[in-house]
Design a binder for this molecule. Structure first.
Ligand SMILES: Nc1ncnc2c1ncn2[C@@H]1O[C@H](COP(=O)(O)OP(=O)(O)OP(=O)(O)O)[C@@H](O)[C@H]1O
Ligand SMILES: [Mg+2]
Length: 254
């Protein structure tokens, strides 16, 4: 069974087709990066998969459960970060963690324990008594991911987790994400090519609402005859479907 499965998935906003016949399969335990230029449809896909937005066509399943018919069950298996609304601005880091743990049904004592453990795991010791609204961007992202993990999800969506972070904060977050690999299925979106290269098992490039290419960074770079993955990504995003070209080149050389 796939962690994520979509077939001919469609979502329209008026005349805009945000998701346009998307076929996506993510295996259990995989870290999959969904890339694409602004407006390609990544966040809309994540919203459909999180059962927050209803698709207009096709189907989407999370661990075999339909996101429309089994929305409650689907929501129970996954979590999303950053989800700014989930962070209470006036509560401290520790309070946010303990609070969210109680929301997920942990007792007061268990919630305290969870908050302590999470603070240690995410190196939040330094800011444990700071109110969320006073945190720097890097710590705020870290808290957001930590909160998403309190529910112990089988599937985690990270929508641009390192947007705007400095190199040190970013590499700290990469370490955290690397530590989560294999423990759960992760779907990540990012505009940083080196982030996708560093973290992903597989990468999918979305162009205008559907998947234009898929593979490891290396495979995509080779298929596109590109000097690096950034160049491959640009070629794919500009509609230069390298896979077909690669097949043609193979035939030529036979
Ligand atoms: N609530 C909405 N109402 C109207 N149009 C929307 C809405 N949400 C998204 N769209 C449109 O759907 C398309 C896909 O948007 P989406 O946010 O999924 O892209 P994205 O790949 O996440 O982009 P970015 O990299 O900028 O985050 C865009 O054209 C966007 O303007
Ligand atoms: Mg987006």
């Amino acid at each position: 069974m796939n962690a994520v499965f979509t077939e001919k998935l469609v979502k329209k906003y008026g005349n805009t087709v945000a998701v346009n016949g998307l076929d996506l399969k993510i295996e259990q335990g995989e870290l999959y990066s969904l890339l694409g230029v602004n407006g390609a449809g990544k966040s809309t896909t994540i919203k459909i998969l999180s059962a927050l937005v209803r698709p207009d066509g096709g189907k989407a399943e999370i661990f075999g459960k339909d996101v429309v018919k089994n929305a409650a069950e689907v929501k129970g298996m996954l979590n999303v970060s950053p989800q700014e609304s989930a962070v209470a601005a006036n509560l401290t880091v520790w309070e946010n963690l303990a609070f969210i743990a109680q929301i997920y049904g942990f007792s007061k004592a268990q919630a305290k324990e969870k908050a302590e453990k999470t603070i240690e795991e995410f190196s939040l010791e330094e800011v444990r008594n700071k109110r969320a609204k006073t945190l720097s961007g890097g710590y705020a992202r870290r808290l957001s991911i930590a909160m998403a993990l309190i529910s112990e999800p089988k599937l985690l969506f990270l929508d641009e987790p390192t947007l705007g972070l400095d190199v040190i904060a970013r590499s700290a977050l990469w370490k955290i994400i690397e530590g989560l690999k294999g423990k759960m299925t992760i779907l990540l979106t990012t505009h940083y090519m080196e982030e996708a290269e560093e973290l992903s098992d597989r990468i999918g490039v979305m162009v205008k609402g559907s998947l234009a290419a898929e593979g490891t960074a290396r495979e995509l770079t080779e298929k596109c005859f590109a000097k690096d993955f950034t160049e491959a990504f640009i070629k794919i995003s500009q509609g230069d479907f390298c896979e077909k070209k690669a097949a043609f080149a193979e035939k030529e050389s036979e």
